[in-house]
Design a protein around this ligand. Structure first.
Ligand code: NAP
Length: 284
């Protein structure tokens, strides 16, 4: 029986990992910076911890042998945090990105990529048994990118509308994570996880419109317009990461894998299914 700690348990992917493990009757501990606001199922043990203060990990890791790690914290404490994890745990499943996939969407240099590579190198050298999950674009980005515009009116302004991606549902990433956390046979595996179909960004917005029964006007804006507008709501490194990735991927079909079906036995959900299940978030 694995004793599993989820780091990033309140986030998009981690919260799904927690609920799927709990639903399967697996005992799980969640780390959160603010346990009172974690909003996790009542049977889940929630312990306070912060990746930027590595000493707080010791209490979270006590009695744990398997860790699911999401790292969105600043990079300064990566090495001491991983040292502590390696001292307690035997196995780690790290939510990374398709860092080694030869598709231009995934090959542009940026600070997030450099951090992911550094974490992977440290994990590989740690003696932990590891599995790297490499999801492509998350379907859930639509909540951040398009929901505010769609809730506010019928016009969606966006750059690189023709660029296709294969959006992956966070529940499917979590389903692969659960297998890697609970089963043998995933050590050293690097799972590139995408949704089942290549869809342009235009088609993704149009899908949301159809699902919520609204006719949206989808307008292309230039990368410079996007950069100017987004700098008020996103850090420059994130704006550049997105614009560079789409620029490089222009004219290429999305990279699509069947990893979800291969690992879980169930095909990955379509973007339409994701949008249908999240329709309320796009309604005014
Ligand atoms: N979006 C994409 O298209 C995409 C694609 C490929 C890979 N990824 C990777 O996916 C990861 C993000 O996953 P996600 O979307 O599930 O994240 P998310 O929804 O942003 O959640 C982040 C989680 O990290 C926790 N966290 C933040 N700072 C922390 C700290 N200092 N100490 C401990 N926990 C901390 C947050 O917990 P609290 O705030 O509650 O403490 C939260 O649970 C990133 O590493 C990204 O590179 C994303």
């Amino acid at each position: 029986m694995h004793r599993i700690l989820i780091i990033g348990a309140t986030g998009t992917v981690g919260s799904q990992v927690v609920s799927q493990l709990s639903a399967a009757g697996v005992q799980v501990r969640a780390m959160a910076r603010n346990p009172d606001a974690a909003g996790l199922p009542p049977q889940v043990e929630v312990v306070r911890g912060d990746l930027t203060v590595p000493a707080t990990l010791d209490g979270c890791l006590d009695g744990i042998d398997t860790v699911f790690l999401v790292w969105v914290a600043p990079p300064a404490t990566v090495a001491p945090a991983l040292e502590r994890i390696a001292k307690h745990a035997r196995r780690i499943v790290f939510l990374s990105a398709p860092l080694k996939t030869a598709h231009p969407l995934f090959q542009q240099p940026n600070p997030a990529r450099a951090l992911g590579e550094r974490i992977e190198r440290l994990i590989e050298a740690s003696g932990l048994q590891w599995t790297f999950l490499r999801p492509g674009m998350l379907a859930a980005n639509a909540r951040v990118w398009w929901a505010p515009q769609i809730r506010g009116g019928d016009v969606v302004r966006w750059p690189y509308l023709a660029v296709p991606t294969a959006p992956i549902d966070e529940r499917d990433i979590a389903a692969v994570a659960v297998r890697a956390l609970c089963e043998e046979g995933h050590a050293g595996a690097e799972y590139v996880i995408t949704g089942p179909e290549s869809l342009s960004q235009f088609e993704q917005v149009a899908t949301i419109g159809r699902v919520i029964g609204r006719s949206l006007r989808i307008e292309e804006i230039s990368p410079d317009e996007a950069r100017r507008e987004w700098l008020t709501i996103m850090p420059l490194s994130v704006v550049n990461m997105l614009l560079d990735a789409w620029a490089a991927a222009t004219g290429q079909p999305a990279f699509v894998t069947s990893t979800v079906a291969e690992i879980t036995g169930t095909p990955a959900r379509t973007f339409r299914e994701w949008a249908t299940d999240h329709a309320a978030e796009f309604r005014a």
